[in-house]
Structure formats: structure tokens, C-alpha cells
Design a protein around this ligand. Structure first.
Ligand SMILES: Cc1cc2nc3c(=O)[nH]c(=O)nc-3n(C[C@H](O)[C@H](O)[C@H](O)COP(=O)(O)OP(=O)(O)OC[C@H]3O[C@@H](n4cnc5c(N)ncnc54)[C@H](O)[C@@H]3O)c2cc1C
Length: 406
């Protein structure tokens, strides 16, 4: 290792968790370095849903209006089509939030915005094209990270290392922290198809016999999620593109005019759905947040927002102490104690949604689907539609920014 950099906080991963943590630790006056293995934030679709909980955080940081100047769409209501039956299942308009709607914004725009704001802070640095390859340990304590950057191998020594490198985390692997695999019976194909002006509604859950397609209105195109049973992807690819396109338009006939835009299976990205979480989220000198601590199902579009909540909680609990030199290893465990409960509840609900809604709908390939009982109950009671929206939008145990500003 020819170059060794000293910092107070080294964050691995410039996703939602890492960039928000980077911003907040630097804002508290902690010398912070974020490592991101890619050269920019522009990469495959990774979800675009910025929930009211995240907008609330941005509001508290004085960043919400700036963010909302970037191109985006708003979702105020969620609906579902089950065969010919249309049901309303979520109403965000009356939830208690400064911004009672979901913002749809490409994740790279959100991350670009956050990194532009973070770069204004003197304690913040971002190293792009820099991939963490392992941890530096001394006497059982993590004291930094080994990485490969544009100039070759480097070492970063830090008082605190934060693992925020997503669900295939190198830091998690290197740390030896144990993973509890909860499992998921579904995978998801993602693709996009052009949208004609004024076509369709905001976000729709579309179920036809044996298939489910979620359509998200992104202005001039539809972002679509085609839900499949776990490991069914090779079978679907083997049946050919025409069969896939037909299956999509069976569930969502109004996608038909542009369905030929799916020109090959290269246009259809597979998300292998994983639901897991670490048993412990920290070791001396190291704490894990976001997907690297708990991979979530895409149900509810919660992953980005939960990652940001973790970052806020970590900064609330650790940034001030790190800045004042009073941080202890025992403090690191407090992040898990704070965030485990919301993570468990959300994962529990996602597992029930897999079990009670998605799996039965996917299994019955013969009949037009009936709306599952939980959906019928929600759609019959407007109060429940608001509660559902509030749960999805604000989450469980919403965090607020309490970390200091230097
Ligand atoms: C196809 C798809 C669709 C999704 N849809 C949604 C959605 O609609 N709504 C939603 O809320 N969530 C969605 N998610 C989940 C969401 O993307 C994640 O939950 C969220 O991004 C987690 O944030 P994170 O910061 O913890 O991790 P990530 O976003 O995974 O960020 C980790 C970052 O670390 C970097 N990195 C990885 N390894 C290293 C390394 N060794 N060194 C340096 N950098 C490294 C990565 O390049 C990445 O930038 C989707 C995910 C996928 C894959």
C-alpha cells in the first residue's frame, strides 16, 4: 500500500445511505471521506421513489426546495387493477408531512444533488472510482479500509468506518458479521416502455391471471416491474421475447402500442430479490447501515428511504461524539438498537405481502384474479388508505435530524 490517507470517518459506498451519512457527518464538522467504486452516479435503474420521510429530512436540512427543482414526478395516490376491478389502495394527500406525496426522481439525480450539497462542506470529500477491497484491522479493531483507486492501492485510516456499500457489501463480507437470511419467493424484471401523454394513472399494481406488473408513471415513459416466482427468470427467457411481451400486455393492455420497445432481454433487468439483515451491525471501529445491514424487498419502494433513515440515525447517535472525540465502541451498537425495530417491522410486512398477496396471485394462472382480502379491506375504508400511505410514506419510527451543525 503506497498511499495512506488519514480521516476521521470513512464511508464505503456512495448510495443513498453513504451519501446522506457523508453529508451529515461532514456537516457536524467530522472529516469525512466517502468511497464510491463507480465513476459517476449514473447507473442501472435502482428505484426512483423518494418518500415523504426522505423529503422531511431534506426539509429539515433546508435542501427540499432545491431538490424539488430537479425534474421529477409526484405520486399522490396508489391504485390496483385486478382483472377488471380497479381499487384505490393508498392516499398520500392527507398524511402529516410537509410534502405529502412520493417524488419519482432517478436515483442518480438524487445522489448528484446530495453530493453537490455535500461538496460545499469543508469537511467532506468524495473519492469516485475507488473501490474498498478490505478492512484494515489492528488488535480486533477496524481502523480503516483498503481500497483500489485510479492511482492504485490505497489505505484509509479512520476513527470510524461506515459500511454503506449495498446488498453485495464487501465490507460486510470482510467484517465477518453474521447474516440472517429471511428469504423471498419472488424476483422482479424491470423494464421501461414509452408513455403517451395523459395515458393512465400514477402508480398501478396490475394483476392478471398468474402475473403482476407494476407500472410507474415517469412522464414520457412507464417504469415497469414484472414480478415472477423466485428463480423463474431462465424459464421466462427460454419461452422467448414474444411470449414475455404478450404476458405483459395481457396484464396491462394499454402498454401494447409501445411494447416492441422491449427489443431483447437486454432491455429487461433482473432484480434477484433478497430479504436479509445482519445479526450485529457493528464491530469495534465499524458500523453498517442501509442495504449492507439489511437488504429489503422492493415491496413498498422503501429501500432508499430506509437507507436514509439509517444514515440520519447513525449521524444523530455518532457524529457529535466523533466530532468531540468522545465516541466509544459501545455507541456503535446504539445504531442497531435504534434501527432494528423499524427494519424488522418492514421486513415482516414485506414477507406477509409476498405470502398473502403476491404468491397467491402468481400461482393461479387460470382465472382472472380477485383482489386479495387485505387489499379489499384497505380499499373499502378511506381511513385505511391514508394509514397505508402514511406507513409506506413515513415508515416506522421516522428519524429527524438532531446531529450537530459545525
Ligand atoms: C432494480 C432495483 C429496483 C429498486 N427499486 C426500488 C424502489 O423503487 N424504491 C426503493 O426505495 N428502493 C428500490 N430499490 C432498492 C434500493 O436501490 C436500495 O434499497 C437502496 O439503494 C439502498 O441504499 P444503500 O445506500 O444502502 O445501498 P446502494 O444504493 O446499493 O449503494 C451502495 C453504493 O456502494 C457502492 N459500492 C458497492 N461496493 C463498493 C465498494 N466495495 N467500494 C466502494 N463503493 C462500493 C455502489 O456502487 C453503490 O453506489 C431497488 C433496487 C434495485 C436493484
Amino acid at each position: 500500500m503506497s498511499v495512506v490517507i488519514d480521516t476521521e470517518c470513512c464511508i464505503v459506498g456512495g448510495g443513498p445511505a453513504g451519501m446522506m451519512a457523508g453529508y451529515l457527518f461532514a456537516r457536524a464538522g467530522v472529516k469525512t471521506l466517502v468511497l464510491e467504486k463507480h465513476g459517476d452516479f449514473l447507473r442501472d435503474f435502482r428505484g426512483d421513489t423518494v418518500h415523504p420521510s426522505t423529503l422531511e429530512i431534506m426539509y429539515e436540512l433546508g435542501l427540499a426546495e432545491g431538490l424539488l427543482k430537479r425534474p421529477h414526478q409526484k405520486i399522490e395516490r396508489l391504485g390496483g387493477n385486478f382483472g377488471d376491478t380497479h381499487l384505490r389502495i393508498g392516499d398520500f394527500t392527507r398524511i402529516k408531512a410537509h410534502y405529502p406525496f412520493i417524488v419519482l426522481m432517478p436515483q442518480w439525480d438524487f445522489l448528484d444533488f446530495l453530493s453537490d450539497e455535500a461538496k460545499k462542506l469543508p469537511s467532506f470529500s468524495l473519492a469516485m472510482n475507488t473501490e474498498a477491497t478490505g478492512l484494515i484491522e489492528e488488535n480486533g479493531r477496524v481502523v480503516g479500509v483498503r481500497a483500489k483507486g485510479p492511482e492504485g492501492e490505497i489505505g484509509i485510516r479512520a476513527k470510524l468506518t461506515i459500511g454503506a456499500d449495498g446488498r453485495h457489501s464487501t465490507v460486510r463480507e470482510a467484517s465477518g458479521l453474521k447474516v440472517l437470511d429471511i428469504g423471498a419467493p419472488i424476483d422482479v424484471f424491470w423494464f421501461r416502455v414509452d408513455r403517451d401523454p395523459n395515458q393512465g394513472e400514477d402508480v398501478l399494481f396490475n394483476a392478471a391471471a398468474g402475473r403482476i406488473v407494476v407500472t410507474i408513471n415517469r412522464g414520457d415513459y412507464w417504469q415497469c416491474a414484472y414480478v415472477i416466482a423466485k428463480d423463474e427468470a431462465p424459464k421466462i427467457r427460454a419461452a422467448g421475447l414474444d411470449a414475455f411481451r404478450r404476458s405483459v400486455i395481457d396484464a396491462v393492455p394499454w402498454l401494447a402500442p409501445h411494447i416492441d420497445q422491449i427489443a431483447s432481454f437486454d432491455d429487461v433487468k433482473l432484480l434477484t430479490v433478497t430479504v436479509d439483515r445482519l445479526e450485529k451491525w457493528s464491530r469495534p471501529g465499524l458500523v453498517m447501515i442501509g442495504d449492507s445491514a439489511h437488504a429489503m424487498s422492493p415491496v413498498g419502494g422503501i429501500g432508499i428511504n430506509l437507507a436514509i433513515q439509517d444514515a440520519v440515525a447513525a449521524a444523530n447517535l455518532l457524529a457529535g461524539r466523533l466530532a468531540s472525540g468522545t465516541l466509544t465502541d459501545a455507541d456503535l451498537e446504539r445504531v442497531r438498537v435504534r434501527r432494528l425495530w423499524p427494519t424488522r417491522i418492514i421486513q415482516f410486512v414485506q414477507v406477509q405481502a409476498h405470502r398473502l398477496i403476491l404468491t397467491p396471485l402468481l400461482k393461479d394462472k387460470e382465472r382472472a384474479p380477485k383482489p386479495p382480502l387485505p387489499i379489499r379491506i384497505i380499499s373499502a375504508i378511506p381511513w385505511l388508505q391514508r394509514r397505508f400511505a402514511s406507513w409506506v410514506g413515513l415508515g416506522v419510527r421516522p428519524e429527524h435530524v438532531h446531529s450537530p451543525r459545525a
